[in-house]
Design a protein around this ligand. Structure first.
Ligand code: PRP
Length: 212
């Protein structure tokens, strides 16, 4: 077991998109985030006396929380749906709002014809489940980023990706064919930490929930 109650409560934050809003939320509930603002290349940072923040990639936030080396995590529902895993999803934090969508070249009829479509995505499980529900046989190609390139380069017929403002699609001559589901940032917790550090975690959750 990796849970260690003698260290500060440890929260894994998703670097990038969700980082700013998460830090703003921690500040709103009274935590001093100076160390995070002045982080440089540091990855573990104290937030007040009782909490430390770990900056990680979305999928790794889940891995660290599942394994109990972090007690809590802030991660997008997109990564949660894609990765699943053994942890508790505690709250919808209300930021990082976007949607999963099926998208492709503007003006094309994706559903026309009976050929097997190729779908490029960073989220193969989400794409597989989406097409299974439609009873559609598709080939899925895993792409690591800038997924919009795949249909433009002719690698895929469409993409399954997150759409926030829609700007990336628009500026690349693509459009949404179908929205799949809404996404937002979630607070997750390690199952053992929830028992061992119940009071600390509950206190933090009430403060967070009063401010979202
Ligand atoms: C995400 C997503 C789209 C873009 C959508 O990529 O994969 O490319 O954001 O946002 P928009 O609708 O506001 O334009 P991200 O910026 O996370 O980078 P990536 O492509 O390298 O994964």
């Amino acid at each position: 077991m990796n849970n260690n109650t003698s260290r500060p409560l440890r929260i894994a934050l998703t670097k990038g998109r969700l980082e700013k809003d998460t830090v703003a939320l921690l500040e709103k509930i009274g935590y001093d985030c100076t160390a995070v603002h002045e982080k440089g290349r540091k990855l573990i940072l104290p937030v007040g006396d009782s909490i430390e923040v770990v900056l990680a990639k979305a999928a790794d936030v889940i891995t660290y929380v599942e394994n109990g080396v972090c007690d809590l995590g802030v991660v997008g529902k997109d990564t949660i749906i894609e990765m699943q895993g053994k942890f508790f999803e505690l709250s919808d934090l209300g930021f990082g709002k976007c949607r999963f969508a099926l998208a492709g070249k503007k003006g094309e009829d994706f559903y026309e014809g009976i050929h097997v479509r190729t779908i490029a995505t960073k989220y193969p499980n989400v794409a597989r489940t989406f097409f299974e529900k439609k009873n559609m046989d598709v080939d899925i190609v895993k792409i690591e980023g800038s997924v919009e390139l795949a249909p433009l380069l002719g690698l895929s017929h469409a993409i399954v990706d997150i759409v926030e403002t829609g700007t990336t699609l628009k500026e690349n001559g693509l459009e949404v064919y179908e929205y799949i589901c809404p996404i937002s940032a979630r607070l997750i917790a390690n199952m053992v930490s929830l028992k061992l550090r119940k009071e600390e975690i509950e206190k933090l959750i009430s403060a967070i929930e009063a401010n979202i």
